[in-house]
Ligand binder design. Sequence first.
Ligand SMILES: *Cc1c(COP(=O)(O)O)cnc(C)c1O
Length: 360
Amino acid sequence: MTRVYNFSAGPAVLPEEVLQEAADEMLDYRGCGMSVMEMSHRSKMYDDIITTAEADLRELLGVPDNYKVLFLQGGASLQFAAVPMNLMKNKKAGYIVTGQWAKKAFAEAKLYGEAVELASSADKTFSYIPDCSDLPITDDMDYVYICENNTIYGTKFWELPNTKGKELVADVSSCFLSEPIDVTKYGVVYGGVQKNIGPAGVVIDIIREDLIPDECLPGTPTMMQWKVQADNGSMYNTPPCYGIYICGKVFQWLKKMGGLSVMKERNEEKAKILYDFLDSSDLFRGTVVAKDRSLMNVPFVTGSDELDAKFVAEAKAAGLENLKGHRTVGGMRASIYNAMPKAGVEKLVEFMADFEKKNR
Ligand SMILES: *Cc1c(COP(=O)(O)O)cnc(C)c1O
């Protein structure tokens, strides 16, 4: 068996221990004679899996009791619609547009009400986070929306926007569980799990209870009504059982690693290795304003499309996979999520230094 260093932005690297454990349990989950994939979601066995997963997530993130945790389907993208459908009482919300995912959420919200662009970094290819200290937020807005870590462009909100008392809704797909957060600063935190937690398809919503409406916008599908999902413990229909089971294993792994403060230190250490190299290199350079750099997604370029392509191909041959940048940005991007070991980043930097020598 050969495992590569996988720098994919998502679906992305998972802890090897978790995959091994899932493999060991594939045919016979803890003596019950069947796979988790085959068991009823109403069984005692599965109830233990989802209950433990939720409890572990609450413990890791310090989720207060007045927040619901939902395990839903449809990925982060279905929540782009669910957010306005559940929260747009006044049919008006403010969006901070810092990349493709925020742009998509903004466009989706426009289908259901008045979505206002409060700030944007589109003028410089989303390479920075705009000043959000005094945004044109009006009293009739139902919420303020951000994408906290911009997976494609490699920027991160290191300071949350001043929402002037409005509820903050954050898509944290690509920084989920990469560091501790103060959940009470958000009305809704949600993310697709395939970046840092588990298999694609599952999305986790953490929602302050009083924001879960009795009634959504007319025509909201039952499955997208947060109240229905909350009242049914994420089991209004068959949940993505196997995906939730893997998420649960990742939560256990994170606890074993020492929790989110330890993960943050590890992530800072890994990112520093790569950013320090980029800052000292004569060939490669990072594309993001230094103060807004993400710890998870690191885009970089050589300045030549030809050299970029050569780099990606040669890196792949050396066991460093999925370094090609997003199709809308070009260049390279190294995603270094929780499960990427420090050795992987060190190997990447070594390879980059060697490539630089040979291609000067
Ligand atoms: C990947 C990603 C999405 C889309 O997730 P899906 O599960 O494919 O819908 C949304 N937001 C961010 C920040 C992402 O990184």
